[in-house]
Design a protein around this ligand. Structure first.
Ligand code: HEM
Length: 205
């Protein structure tokens, strides 16, 4: 399997997981019992949940390794330029080079905050709704989650387009497909952003 395919397949797997995560988050709008019940049902999956988490971690590692390798190859193949910009490359690849690591920083923070509770002021295991509402209430933290949602949209939009090119589609830059990818990326980002925005607005408490 080529490096491009590895990057594309792991990216699509993570995109699928993100859709499930957004849908899970949106149960918060049905109240604490709904979100806590959903989280409890996931935990009852036991080994299956751990298998999913292991697959997710493996996908993140392989995705980073593959995309770093592709970026290095693209840089090596580029003719020498006299004007150096950092990071080098087109505006799209620069966006991925800066946005990817920023997303990784967010994910590490996010796990320490809402999964392990180490960076949370009043974390209570199993009380996902209360942890969420209390955790996102400080305006800077809520805003950080909205920024992360926007980063996810940009990364997904460009990543999905690259994945389709890797799978042989030559028409990604053309009309309908490009709008469709943009629509998917924006829908996921809006789904993510609604929860912190609702907490900041006092609609979820
Ligand atoms: C911006 C809005 C987001 C909210 C409100 C949110 C909320 C949460 C919550 C409450 C948990 C803990 C779930 C539990 O304990 O059962 C969680 C876990 C997690 N979130 Fe998010 N999340 C958001 C965005 C994201 C994004 C953008 C990513 C990835 C790019 C992400 C990745 C994760 C991961 C990897 C976990 C751990 C899942 C596990 O324990 O198996 N989240 N999130």
């Amino acid at each position: 399997m080529t490096t491009k395919w590895l990057a594309a397949l792991t990216g699509l797997f993570m995109a699928g997981w993100l859709v499930l995560h957004v849908l899970g988050n949106l149960t918060a709008f049905s109240g604490a019992a709904a979100l806590d019940g959903y989280a409890a049902a996931l935990r009852r999956l036991g080994p299956l949940l751990w298998l999913m988490r292991a697959a997710l971690v493996a996908a993140v590692v392989v995705h980073i390794a593959a995309t770093v390798s592709l970026a290095r190859r693209a840089q090596a193949a580029r003719p020498i330029r006299h004007v150096h910009r950092w990071p080098r490359g087109s505006s799209t690849s620069r966006l991925m080079v800066v946005g990817g690591p920023l997303l990784l920083v967010f994910i590490v923070y996010h796990l320490l905050h809402l999964t392990f509770g180490l960076l949370h002021p009043s974390f209570a295991p199993g009380h996902v709704y209360a942890n969420l509402v209390c955790g996102l209430a400080p305006p800077l933290i809520g805003a950080f989650h909205v920024v992360a949602a926007a980063l996810v949209a940009l990364h997904l939009h460009h990543g999905l387009a690259s994945a389709l090119v890797s799978f042989g589609s030559r028409r990604v830059s053309a009309g309908v497909l490009r709008h469709l990818l943009r629509g998917v990326a924006v829908a996921i980002a809006v789904g993510f952003a609604t929860v912190p925005v609702a907490v900041l607005a006092g609609a979820l408490r």
